[in-house]
Write a protein that binds this ligand. Structure first.
Ligand code: SF4
Ligand code: SF4
Length: 108
């Protein structure tokens, strides 16, 4: 089981795509490669409200080099709406239990 992950409080996301770009810049990703992708969730699916949802991809390595230096992952650091939180899975799981509209993501 992975030790670290990202808590995503998607209700706070406004779809600005800053996290996508921060990840791309941090990892110098080529055209068309993303570490995280922000998608629109259709109101018909989400109970009448338009939601944006940042999806980490298989390219995400949780910013291991930044974290080793004591920094937050680039997407977490640059999201001004505080949608994401990096941490230990067990601690983040507590937030998920307490807060609605949150999901936990971990690399496999
Ligand atoms: S997660 Fe944050 S940075 Fe990314 S699109 Fe949502 S609000 Fe913007
Ligand atoms: S944790 Fe790092 S690699 Fe993963 S999506 Fe965020 S910025 Fe990209």
């Amino acid at each position: 089981m992975p030790k670290y992950g990202l808590l995503i409080h998607y209700e706070l996301c406004v779809g600005c795509h800053v996290c996508e770009l921060a990840c791309k810049q941090e990892h110098n990703r080529p055209e068309g490669q993303w570490g995280i992708c922000v998608k629109e969730v259709e109101p018909e699916i989400a109970g009448g409200k338009l939601y944006y949802f940042p999806f980490p991809t298989d390219n995400c390595n949780l910013c291991g080099k930044r974290v080793a230096k004591g920094l937050q992952p680039a997407c977490v650091h640059n999201c001004w709406a505080h949608v994401m939180k990096f941490g230990k899975i067990e601690e983040l799981a507590e937030y998920v239990r307490r807060k609605p509209r949150t999901v936990l993501w971990a690399p496999h």
